[in-house]
Design a protein. Sequence first.
Length: 146
Amino acid sequence: MLPPATTRDSSWRTLLPGGHPIADVTGSQQIGFGQPVEDEFVHVFGYPNYGLNDPGDKYVGSRVIHCAGTSHPGPKVPLLWGETCDMSAGSSGGPHLAHFDTRTGTGTVVGVTTTDEELAGGQTPTLYATRLGDSAHRLYDWAQSR
């Protein structure tokens, strides 16, 4: 049996009606359900903090780190899709963006960091996201209707 994080790691936030759409205030990215596809180029962002108590470590959680590479399914958990990336703990929840434009900072969110190669298998180092499939799409549609 797969751990729940590998199959259902998605959520959506709804806010009280009557105000401004949050995307108008904060900006937003597109959402890609059923993506990425194998060998699609994906950018990953996070705030890893493995060395939080070691000022000499390159990851101290205070700045955004970026990785990019081609996407592939996890050998042990094919619902997880990953890219080669050496970010450490603390990067969970960071977006995986396809079609990312480095000039505008916009792209399509195809997942958020869930785990590394320890759970999903594959080469080290790799960060994996749960693919946003049909259940995530239904949850998103439900949240949009509120």
